[in-house]
Write a protein that binds this ligand. Structure first.
Ligand code: GRG
Length: 297
């Protein structure tokens, strides 16, 4: 069943996802209770669920039953949740709030937050390894894809480069390299989960979906930078100069706000062109591209 607009589709997928996440997460009446509470707090505490939505939407484009994608979608969200917990730690961004609530290390403590991130990472791979409704070869391919996307040549590598870049002068190519890894790799893996679920996929279709994901991943990050600048500008009022806001390397600080917005539009158009040959089943992928371009948070 494919709904007739993004909100209905999102509601439909989110209901599946929240129930699957809840089933896969350890119960809080099982030891170690505090660790399990921290894992559930971080995963079930909201979020846009963009990555799992992309997994389901890729499956819809390829006519794959959504039930076969529940575990891959959860695996992606577990990795995402772990990355946010660790990113918020004092050793990294040292953030107090995430999704409008105290970050995991503030709600619990630092050691528990580190362990909750660790345990969510391994739970992601367990969820895939135990996906009984997927052929074992598909499971191994998904595990490999997710490991590559989240490891030192993917998301973690992007995070390391981002930390190394602090206080250094970056150009657009370097910034793009960081974001393709730090944010883009997991978004690409989300679409890859859907692609891998269809072993008979036409290679041209697989390549098009991957191109869609690459463009969307970069557009997502640039839009994040744009929203940061617009949010900060609004917060400090009209009297502040642009330099006060644009004090770290972001797309708007390197190319200007208008050009950054244009990059988001161009990348979204490229993503849509890549999947233009797909019939109606790809509508959710098209809706997501449009919604991410227009998102305000
Ligand atoms: C610490 C291993 C490790 C990796 C961290 C992804 C990442 C790597 C850090 C996140 C830093 C960040 C806030 C980047 C901006 C773009 C981004 C990934 C935002 C968070 O993703 P959303 O907007 O979050 O999908 P929700 O809360 O909606 O799930």
């Amino acid at each position: 069943m494919i709904a007739n607009n993004l909100e209905a589709y999102r509601t439909h997928c989110q209901a599946r996802l929240e129930s699957a996440l809840d089933d896969l997460l350890p119960r809080v009446n099982v030891q170690p209770v505090r660790l399990h509470e921290a894992m559930r707090y971080s995963v079930l505490g909201g979020g846009k669920r963009i990555r799992p939505l992309l997994t389901y939407a890729t499956g819809a484009a390829l006519d794959i039953p959504a039930a076969r994608l529940d575990r891959p979608a959860c695996a992606i969200e577990f990795i995402h949740a772990y990355s946010l917990i660790h990113d918020d730690l004092p050793a990294m961004d040292d953030d107090d709030l995430r999704r409008g609530r105290p970050t995991c290390h503030r709600a619990f403590d630092e050691a528990t937050a580190i362990l909750a991130g660790d345990a969510l990472q391994t739970l992601a791979f367990q969820a895939l390894a135990e996906a009984g409704d997927l052929d074992p070869r598909i499971r191994v391919a998904m595990i490999e894809q997710l490991a590559r996307a989240s490891g030192s040549r993917g998301m973690v590598g992007g995070q390391a480069l981002d930390l190394e870049a602090e206080g250094k002068q970056l150009n657009v190519t370097m910034l793009e390299h960081i974001h393709i890894h730090k944010t883009g790799a997991l978004i690409r893996a989300a679409v890859q989960m859907g692609i891998l679920a269809d072993p008979a996929i036409n290679p041209d279709h697989a390549e098009r979906l991957d191109r869609y994901a690459k463009c969307l991943g970069l557009a997502f990050q640039i839009q994040d930078d744009v929203l940061d600048v617009e949010g900060e500008t609004a917060a400090i009022g009209k009297t502040a100069g642009r330099d006060q806001v644009l004090d770290k390397a972001t797309y708007p600080s390197l190319v200007g706000l208008a050009a950054a917005k244009e990059m988001v539009s161009d990348l979204t158009a490229q993503a849509l062109t890549a999947i233009a040959i797909f019939p109606a089943g790809a509508e959710p992928l098209r809706w997501i591209a449009g919604a991410l371009e227009g998102r305000k948070s």
